[in-house]
Design a protein around this ligand. Structure first.
Ligand SMILES: [Zn+2]
Length: 300
């Protein structure tokens, strides 16, 4: 059976919670939609994977936006996820080429550069929450671990990985986040044992390239500490843009701006930054929007 992208949530020894996810198809779709080169694919893929985990911590109509604002050649990364396993994102510059690092790895940290990691939660009925921390290495996994520890006071193990094929497609991607439960009775021995196992984890890209499932990974490495699988859901690359949304954007320009566009004889084509979908507005539709605006204004 073909392996599918999934996010598995589990509890380890009643003292820590774990999110393990395979995101190979998600990152492959991002690579195709944005035509990213390998360094950008790895950077974006890691951010998409971590953002899915942040999304899984929410509920209802809530959503989370992650912004990596670094001064590197990639010119920033943005991702948005919801609690239902949907994520979308983009990088400022998808066509990044950098030599491999000394360890023969994609130079994600160098491409991202120095700057800040922002996490913005759009919470349904409560106030939105925003936290930010300085980027530690730009390797993304380290940066999220630092974010959890310093912005949310939750010490966490974060491992993210993307393996890119020579033809630029994605061979494997996935991640793991483990956090001590608040109010849990995590004793020193348990924490030491958890750290010992975490330190021995293979790279996530390798785990999923080898065909392991998220649930298997949890059992295989953390089983001796006592693993309970709580839930499992599919994850996917998904954008909720629509022509109507871009139409509202055009209306928001106001009647003068719209009239200018029409008088210049310019048809408008809008492109969604998140998914690359193009929406075309011929002159006739622009004129109809302008007429509607004028009527609405004159009517009252
Ligand atoms: Zn879109």
């Amino acid at each position: 059976m073909k392996k599918q992208d999934r996010l598995v949530r589990g509890i380890i020894g009643d003292k820590a919670r774990a999110f393990v996810l395979r995101t190979t198809d998600v990152v492959n779709e991002a690579q195709q939609r944005h035509q990213t080169f390998p360094v950008a694919t790895a950077a974006l893929g890691r951010v998409l994977t971590a953002t899915l985990v942040l999304g899984a911590m929410l509920k209802g109509d809530e959503s989370v936006t992650v912004q990596v604002r670094g001064d590197g050649i990639i010119q920033g990364i943005v991702a948005v996820a919801d609690p239902n396993g949907h994520v979308r994102g983009y990088v400022g510059n998808p066509h990044v080429h950098l030599p491999l690092t000394e360890n023969n790895k994609l130079a994600v940290g160098e491409a991202v550069g120095q700057g800040l990691l922002f996490v913005i939660r759009d919470l349904e009925l409560r106030e939105s929450y925003q936290g930010s921390v300085p980027l530690q290495t730009g390797e993304i996994g380290d940066d999220f671990a630092y974010y959890f520890a310093h912005s949310e006071q939750t010490p966490s193990v974060v491992s993210l990985g993307v393996l890119v094929n020579p033809d630029y497609s994605v061979q494997a991607a996935g991640g793991l986040v483990i956090q001590l439960l608040p109010g849990g009775q995590a004793d020193e021995r348990f924490i030491q044992e958890l750290e010992r196992v975490a330190a021995k984890l293979p790279p996530m890209s390798q785990v999923f390239a080898d065909g392991m499932d998220p649930g298997e990974l949890l059992e295989c490495y953390f089983g001796p500490l006592g693993v309970k699988i709580i839930s499992e859901m599919p994850v996917s690359y998904s954008c909720d843009c629509s022509k109507e949304r871009f139409q509202r954007g055009l209306v928001a320009l106001g009647p003068e701006e719209l009239a200018d566009l029409i008088s210049e004889g310019e048809e408008v084509e809008t492109v969604c930054r998140f998914c690359g979908e193009r929406y075309h507005f011929p002159l006739g539709e622009l004129q109809a929007l302008l007429d509607e605006l004028s009527t609405a204004k004159g009517g009252t």
